[in-house]
Design a binder for this molecule. Structure first.
Ligand code: AMP
Length: 435
């Protein structure tokens, strides 16, 4: 099957060919014809499968086929994403795929000034990519008009729910015209996602290119057993000896990410960190330097890394396992993208064995364990399972608290806004494994 046989227009085919794509990916083969027909879809596609083009290409085509009201430019397609980085990348994709079409695509996300976004919205936009929180800010300030939406895309919906955006999403949905096409993309199908889909989609076509909760098949996964106090040393030797030139390393906390980035820099490994406490400018700069191979290592927390699209990223390291098993799937989905091979390595200390079991239960697969010579774990060190339990509980509490405060703040602002204005594959021989 080729892009031509999918029924895409000449302008879109030209843009695809400029990108050098020769064949649609499985999600594109399935999604494009269905979206072109105007049907709703519920798509289970992992990141890296080409899902962005899977919805962007037919969306562009549908907008160009349907006549728009020429009097005033209204937003006709809305794409919601969980993170700023993903929003920026989706907008970039729309620009690339729509470069021979007359549409104006814009992006709004938090962490940057709202003023310039308002000016752009005022100039008129056809396609808006947004994170839910900042979109609500615009709604509250009445700087965005969603009454002309014909197509809604929820990208990485599972992550939006994980991040506590469900109320925001519901509010946004309540402001959209009833008659519209809905496309829901999610890496996993949890019960809340099914519930959202039931309320949102009309006779959707179910598209699933990867089995639910499975990890990208092209990713080689390995666990290295090591003492916690020696993880940094092991990471440094893996990077140096195996000559890893582009490594995305995950830590559990922002503080941990900063500390590790500093330590690696001291070891002469160029490193940047990306997490929620960094400004949008710092995040963009770090990502850019990493993409251009100006820094060898990018240390990231889960939320900051969501949606990163770095082509041919060869190595992902879990310096610490995530507390939420689904995050492991998202993390390792950063490698092995678009048909490339990738390697995901997890450095596991004795405290993390329970987390590892939870992950293996989720992905339904045992990840091979290895021990590197010189880094054998000390059998005298006993697990402190409570430590992780406590962390998990406190993480849950924190997420709950964050959602609660953020939500109630937003709810208040939202309520206020509703009032009338007047009322106010590496060289293995280098590192010796212990059999
Ligand atoms: P996504 O899953 O949308 O994040 O896409 C992952 C990567 O696949 C992006 O870097 C795209 O540029 C690339 N990609 C998308 N479609 C194709 C295709 N048909 N052939 C080759 N690469 C593609």
């Amino acid at each position: 099957m080729t892009f031509e046989t999918l029924g895409l227009s000449a302008e879109i085919l030209r843009a695809i060919s400029d990108q050098g794509y020769t064949e649609p990916t499985p999600i594109q083969k399935q999604a494009i014809p269905v979206v072109l027909e105007g049907r709703d879809i519920l798509a289970g596609a992992q990141t890296g499968t080409g899902k962005t083009a899977g919805f962007t290409l037919p969306l562009l085509q549908r907008l160009s086929k349907q006549n728009r009201d020429n009097k005033k430019r209204k937003i006709r397609a809305l794409i919601l994403t969980p993170t700023r980085e993903l929003a920026a990348q989706v907008q970039q994709s729309i620009r690339i795929y729509g470069k021979y079409l007359p549409f104006r695509a814009n992006v709004v996300f938090g962490g940057v000034k709202i003023g310039p976004q308002i000016s752009k919205l005022q100039r008129g936009v056809d396609i808006l990519v947004a994170t839910p929180g900042r979109l609500l800010d615009h709604i509250e300030q009445k700087t965005v008009d969603l009454s002309g939406i014909e197509i809604l895309v929820l990208d990485e919906a599972d992550r939006m729910l994980d991040m506590g955006f469900i109320r925001d999403i519901r509010k946004i949905l309540s402001l959209l015209p009833d008659k519209r096409q809905n496309l829901l993309f999610s890496a996993t199908f949890s019960d809340p996602i099914k519930k959202l889909a039931d309320n949102l989609l009309h006779s959707p076509v179910l598209i699933e290119v990867a089995r639910k909760n499975t990890t990208a098949e092209r990713v080689k996964q390995t666990v290295y057993l090591v003492d916690k106090s020696r993880k940094r040393e092991l990471l440094t030797s893996l990077i140096k000896l195996e000559k890893w030139y582009q490594v995305l390393v995950f830590t559990r906390t922002k503080h941990g990410a900063d500390r590790l980035a500093r330590q690696l820099t001291c070891e002469q490994i160029t490193t940047a960190a990306i997490h929620g406490n960094k400004s949008q400018k710092q995040r963009t700069q770090a990502l850019d330097a990493f993409k251009k191979n100006k820094v060898q290592v990018l240390v990231a927390t889960d939320i900051a890394a969501r949606g990163l699209d770095i082509e041919q990223l060869p190595h992902v390291v879990n310096y610490e396992l995530p507390n939420i098993p689904e995050d492991y799937v998202h993390r390792i989905g950063r490698t092995g993208r678009a048909g490339n091979e990738g390697e995901a390595v997890s450095l596991i200390c004795v405290d993390e064995k329970k987390l590892l079991q939870d992950i293996e239960r989720l992905i339904n697969k045992r990840i091979p364990r290895e021990v590197i010579e010189g880094f054998e774990p000390d059998p005298a060190i006993k697990a402190e399972p409570n430590r992780n339990k406590k962390r998990q509980q406190s993480a849950k509490k924190k997420i709950g608290h964050f959602d609660q405060t953020k939500r109630s703040r937003r709810n208040n602002r939202y309520r206020n806004s509703q009032r009338p204005v007047n009322s106010s594959s590496s060289n293995r021989s280098q590192v010796q494994k212990v059999k």
